[in-house]
Write a protein that binds this ligand. Sequence first.
Ligand code: NAP
Length: 268
Amino acid sequence: MIMDGRVLSKKILEEVRSNVSKGLKIRIEAIAYEEDKESIVYFNSIKRNAEKVGISFNLRIIEGEKIMETVESLNGDDSVNGIIVGRPFPKGVTNEMVSLSLDPDKDIDCVTSQNLGLLNFGVERLAPATPKGALDLLEYHGVEIRGRNVLVINRSVTVGRPLSAMLLNRDATVTIAHSKTSNIKSLIDESDIIFLAVGKPGYLKSSSLKGHKTIVDIGINVVEGKVVGDFEPDVENNDFAYTPVPGGVGTVTSAEILRNAVSIAQNQ
Ligand code: NAP
């Protein structure tokens, strides 16, 4: 089964549009470091969706050293509801700096220590867009998480760590793997659901899977000009379900950012 994200993404955007049309005024400011081409592409795709649903989205492409002062000035601007900063950050700017300085009440990608910390108390006041998109996509396709053995291959602050907390909140049994994990093959064999965010095309092939598996492919890689994930469905085999790349988790992620912006604006 292919678990497409496009229909869910449209559904979320419809929900956002409906909320905005009830009179919510939302202004998002995105900050991208000038050399961070990937964030610029990503933010432009969110901007297109934002404009379709009536949200104002301004992208600031700035020099690396101006990131922190730009965040501070947007924190203090009452007309701004949401702020998102592109990653990876340039030299001199760290995850901790952004996480501690961004206003948690404008944190539409859930990167602040306050909003990330709440996930560990089981409170998803706001949720980071990528893990939330991945989990919503599973739920949309009727995949049960509760009680399942789930493997997350990634331990980054944007993906693996918040995703693991959110999986625990949904009663999964969670294992986290990374580049220093020695027995990934056996962990894969023992898992029901595998979240892949390694950033290596062909990292996991369907021909190597034993028993029924659900693969949530978060990886985004460009190979010969084509966008591909980390999973390669290389054999015809009905015994697995997966999210495609493109058209899977990434498609839902950008809609989740706008849903977070609505949730923030509704509580201001
Ligand atoms: P990252 O910080 O580089 O994380 C990569 C993770 O993979 C790390 O935990 C790393 O382990 C692990 N890893 C690397 N090689 C491995 C191996 N051979 N075996 C097992 N684990 C291995 O990158 P990221 O920002 O989290 O992004 C990861 C991927 O997800 C990228 O392809 C990115 O483009 C994609 N992504 C997609 C979305 C979306 O919305 N769909 C959003 C964000 C990111 P160590 O910690 O030991 O280095």
